[in-house]
Write a protein that binds this ligand. Sequence first.
Ligand SMILES: Cc1ncc(COP(=O)(O)O)c(C=O)c1O
Length: 457
Amino acid sequence: MATRENPHELVELAREYYVSGFGRGPEFFEKPGSIVASVHGNYFTDIFGRQLFDTESCASAAYLGFGLPEVMQALREEMERVPSTTPLFVPTAPLLRLAEKLASITPGSLKYSVFAANGTDATEGAVKIARQYWKARGKGGKFKVLHRIPGDYHGMSLAMVSASGHTFRRAPYEPLMGGFVAFNAPYCYRCPYEHSLPGCRLLCARDLERVIQFEGPDSIACVITENTNTGLGIVTPPPGYMPLVRDICTRYDVLLIADEIITGIAKTGAWFESGKQGIVPDMLCIGKAISAGCGALAATHVTEEIGQVLAESGNLHHGFTYGGLGYLAAAGLAGIAYVERHGLLQRALDIERYMGNRMETLKSRSRIVGDVRMSGVLQGIELVKDRQTKSRFEDPRAVAAFIGDVGREHDVLLSCQFPHYGNIITMYLPLTSTDKELGKVCDAIEDAVRRVETAYA
Ligand SMILES: Cc1ncc(COP(=O)(O)O)c(C=O)c1O
């Protein structure tokens, strides 16, 4: 459905009054798909009437596409019943049902939910809880936060920017907060130690132990990490990496926070990627899909033990006026029920297989596909100028814009989210994607790769 507004006026309004994040300049608004008029299914329609398939599902929040009737009905009904709440003080029934559901689908002894609005509130909440937990246990000297570089992104607040592995997101806001210490993230395609599996014996994970020993375990509250490093273009952890990180944290009495804001809820073929990796973190941060893409809802999910220590130690001072809206919880629950009813955990793996086959074939035929990485519907295709040397393109921004434009010719939004790290086509495909839609995405990528090869390599 197109808008009744004059699209050219809207472009002017955006230029005149709207501050766009994520490095987008004023020229962005003229491109197809830049200002949305309506959304439906796996598509949105822009103000010029163009319908596009978004390979990022709105930053992975709309993991079931848009406007599923079951989700919309649950949302509407609860919104009419309780149109506004301050859940900081009083929860509603759907929020409690969602807390119960999360306890049943998260791994191990994870049990209690601290609800918040955005993912950033949930990750920052986890760090606050870690510090409060150690104080309550008489170990107030444990305050440092270890985080991975490069990549891992945990949100936009100053504390989470301090925990960020994105130099470009840190530099403008320096000086950052004290007490945050970085360690190397795994990246087998470009190993920071210039080593390889299996000979490396997971040096990247073992190096965490060195950092902990150097900093002093008595000063460290927690490690915060993604499983798959989505902030580096879907870098999946090498086999055994997450269990070793878990083991090191346990041995040194350091809490492990898994940031599953993107990876959480069915997208990797498991309810949570921590479960898929065989670990139980002490805290697990959930956002985006938790409301089935209907609005700002997130949770810091903690183990029974942490929940009890917090309860005994008095108040947790972490909550937001709109952090836990019941109608968003109702939508999220309807989304989870839809996943269960339609077997979408399996569908995530089928989508991985379909895309994997096409992308590996492309890699075998192309000079510039360096690496293909997938965890369910989360997928990264790393392009390089020269596969031998793995050198990146001279002007990754130009290549990223070019790929985006070729995608638009196919009515597919393709994104190289982080040109700072070269050209990695990054996708969070909806679980509701049909094979026909996946085929269309693959056609767009193949065309883009072929034309980048001619124009830039
Ligand atoms: C891994 C990860 N953590 C945290 C966040 C922050 O979530 P939000 O944008 O809802 O604050 C994001 C957002 O993209 C994310 O991808």
